[in-house]
Design a protein around this ligand. Sequence first.
Ligand SMILES: *[C@@H]1O[C@H](CO)[C@@H](O)[C@H](O)[C@H]1NC(C)=O
Ligand SMILES: *[C@@H]1O[C@H](CO)[C@@H](O)[C@H](O)[C@H]1NC(C)=O
Ligand SMILES: *[C@@H]1O[C@H](CO)[C@@H](O)[C@H](O)[C@H]1NC(C)=O
Ligand SMILES: *[C@@H]1O[C@H](CO)[C@@H](O)[C@H](O)[C@H]1NC(C)=O
Ligand SMILES: *[C@@H]1O[C@H](CO)[C@@H](O)[C@H](O)[C@H]1NC(C)=O
Ligand SMILES: *[C@@H]1O[C@H](CO)[C@@H](O)[C@H](O)[C@H]1NC(C)=O
Ligand SMILES: *[C@@H]1O[C@H](CO)[C@@H](O)[C@H](O)[C@H]1NC(C)=O
Ligand SMILES: *[C@@H]1O[C@H](CO)[C@@H](O)[C@H](O)[C@H]1NC(C)=O
Ligand SMILES: *[C@@H]1O[C@H](CO)[C@@H](O)[C@H](O)[C@H]1NC(C)=O
Length: 775
Amino acid sequence: MWWANWLCLVFSLLRLTFAVFIDEVGVTDWALQSIGEYRCIVGDYIEEDLFLIVSNIDNISLLSLVNRTNGNLITRRVTASRIVDVKYDELQANLLLYDEDHATSQLSILNKDIYLKEISSMDVNYTIPSLCNKVNYKNIVITLEENMLKVIDPESKLTVISIPLPSNFKGIEYLKTDYLEELEILLSTNDLTYFYHNLTNDISTNSWYRDESVTDIVDFEFVDIIDHSMDSISMELNDENTFNNIWQAYNFRVKTNFNRLKKYAKAHHYSPGRMITDFFNIDLKKNVTSEKSLILRNSNDLIFGFKKLLVVLTQNRQLIALDINRGGEKIWSIQSKLSNVVSSFDWDATLNQLIIFNDQGDYEIWNLLKPVLEPTFKQNGTFKDSLPNANCNILDINRLSHNDKTYHVQLDCKDMDSNRIDMIVSLRNIHNNIHSTRFFVTHDNTTIKGHVVLNNTNKVIPTWQITLDNPNEKIVAFSYRHDVETVNPGLVLGNRTVLYKYLYPNIASYIVFNKITNKIYINIIDTLKGEILVSQMHDREYVDIDYPINILIGEHWVIYSYFSLEPIPEQKINVIELYESLIPNERISDSDNENFNPLKQSIKPKHMSRSYYYPEIINKMSISETKFDITTKSIILELANGQITFLPKYIIDARKKTESEMTDDDKKEFMASSYIPTIPINDLFVITHKRDLVFGKLSKLGSIATNLESTSIVCDVGHDIFCSRITPSGSFDVLDPNFETGKLVVSILVCLLLYLFLRPYVTKRRIKGLWLVHE
Ligand SMILES: *[C@@H]1O[C@H](CO)[C@@H](O)[C@H](O)[C@H]1NC(C)=O
Ligand SMILES: *[C@@H]1O[C@H](CO)[C@@H](O)[C@H](O)[C@H]1NC(C)=O
Ligand SMILES: *[C@@H]1O[C@H](CO)[C@@H](O)[C@H](O)[C@H]1NC(C)=O
Ligand SMILES: *[C@@H]1O[C@H](CO)[C@@H](O)[C@H](O)[C@H]1NC(C)=O
Ligand SMILES: *[C@@H]1O[C@H](CO)[C@@H](O)[C@H](O)[C@H]1NC(C)=O
Ligand SMILES: *[C@@H]1O[C@H](CO)[C@@H](O)[C@H](O)[C@H]1NC(C)=O
Ligand SMILES: *[C@@H]1O[C@H](CO)[C@@H](O)[C@H](O)[C@H]1NC(C)=O
Ligand SMILES: *[C@@H]1O[C@H](CO)[C@@H](O)[C@H](O)[C@H]1NC(C)=O
Ligand SMILES: *[C@@H]1O[C@H](CO)[C@@H](O)[C@H](O)[C@H]1NC(C)=O
């Protein structure tokens, strides 16, 4: 029955598409705004129902206003310098902010907002007392055995108020009491949770807590929650392939499908009405809040691969898992016992292990058997002994090989000839050898080095080196090409000719800045041989090195951004595209040659470049990841104003021409548009919406593919965390929630019926016509 199969196909396609609802703002994107570790709390001299909290971020400070009644964050403001003290000047009735003993600004709070006015430190009375000094414990007794905090009446020496301490108690951050019956207190714990209590006569009038642990992230990884709902089907397909006889396989298929149908009918008590309702989820679709629709949505999110954890490692040595699909909800957290600075961690999905490293060579391994269950401690260890000397700090750790748990470690060692040392470390104690040959590149601010680790060895052998000769020059940005799937080796032009992309995978690129001339140049190199493939000077521009410089390598292009002072101060974003040849239909590489050896042969690319202006300062850039790399790549940008936006790659295109130069053929090309040097900010592409976010200098942008090719998850992780889903080419693989499935199915059925009735009729007519029978 060909049509039944066909109908089934249509139905199965329709079923997949139900789940993405339109009201996704605040559902698919979320942000965690945190204050960080409280350095100073001001609760006096400002409005009664507010706390002003000072915390640090990079080398500046963050001022936050918190509602004292419920602990909600009202507003935040970053300062120009690191604030170490807050004082109250009684004469002028002013709050003053101090950095390293110099008053810098006068602070006022109006309409729940923070206003800062810079002052010259001359007019300041230095003898006024600080508001930040941690509480002195006179007449307060903390008994850790009883886990209680007691307030003693100074006269009678009796306990008048007592409250239980939180577990992991660290200290008292703010305290106000009359030593009789009232107590307002803010307590902190070692894992950065703050508890507030307001008591009168030992009765709590209000209390709240703020969890500030998810802040100042040093490293993060995405952990997939894998959908097992299709496993039985894929096993069936596997079984089917084992049959020698095609009829046996067919029989097997029919039988399993029939059994499935039987089960389905049984589950719905053999009621066709229920089956149909369930099939179309008619009542569910309309009621977004109902429990059943939530379950439906959850299972679809799983199938679509939206269910993932964002695991973050904080400066405070906590490893915390956040549910990306549910507003960043904390799923579990563990406290590492490593000393010193934790620098990174690694998620090994094949062994289900999380490995945390510190900068001294110690590590901890945790088993994460199920993503949603708290990991269990497995072992700790160290590779300190294999370091050249005790004065080495680890700069970077990258995994070289899955199965062997081998890592490439970059060290910064004092008392050595060369500061930078590369070594291979295996966390398996049996042998350190890796089981394939690997090439990699490292760099510091003046050199770029190529290395190889040969099969069955563990020695890093240097292969080539590029050193900057000019002492005034340094490398300010570096990037290499990550693995990307190539969908199409060529670019189809408007006149149906093809421009072949340069798809050689082993490339890296770096930008060199000269501090005397303030000029930059960019080089693209072959990472196996160290050969320079493309070099481009920016001769007529003066670059401001205080602004971020970023570089990215995509499939066959390099995009970089910098702030140029001359000819006009402007944020620049440039693109270089690499092609085998700039002549259409000319292909240099030989795709049939399997023995191509990049170490011996090589093809040099031809390149094109274009330069664009961007209206905002770009802090960070990253590339969006999708499952098959079919969707247009997007450049995700973190802007200096704390917003995150993205630019589809075709907007930053090196082949764009001005309107007058474009031929009719050019206009036929996919996504063709003319070259306009200024890229406007499209509000639709600002994915943070109106949120006020503070990421800090060390933030990282990350992207991970979902099971929907159109959709990519994007996160920015730093002081705050923000995650969202983007669909750079639109959600082409998802039906609109308003899509009228019922109508479509009805029209298909009507067509089918018409077809079934009309075909015999027409055949009959034709036969009759042949026989010249007249009705
Ligand atoms: C603080 O929260 C309380 C209770 O939710 C609310 O009544 C009050 O207006 C809030 N205060 C500020 C300053 O937002
Ligand atoms: C604390 O409790 C006292 C007494 O009930 C009350 O007057 C005061 O407003 C409370 N303070 C806050 C910030 O809730
Ligand atoms: C913070 O550090 C940056 C360099 O990392 C420096 O340019 C800036 O002046 C510093 N700011 C302060 C207030 O120290
Ligand atoms: C400075 O402040 C202290 C304490 O508030 C006060 O005693 C002193 O008179 C002030 N000095 C001046 C010059 O205002
Ligand atoms: C949606 O579902 C909820 C919970 O199941 C129910 O209380 C509510 O009445 C439903 N709304 C509509 C419009 O059916
Ligand atoms: C492993 O942990 C134990 C207990 O915390 C500690 O005594 C030991 O020094 C650790 N070993 C390493 C290599 O860090
Ligand atoms: C590495 O060497 C081993 C044996 O020496 C061999 O079995 C293996 O295939 C080699 N691996 C690669 C990637 O060449
Ligand atoms: C390169 O970095 C080292 C420290 O890693 C620093 O001492 C040196 O001054 C830097 N060189 C330049 C040219 O910035
Ligand atoms: C097709 O278009 C490209 C780019 O516009 C042009 O270079 C090429 O000559 C054209 N080829 C033919 C056959 O018209």
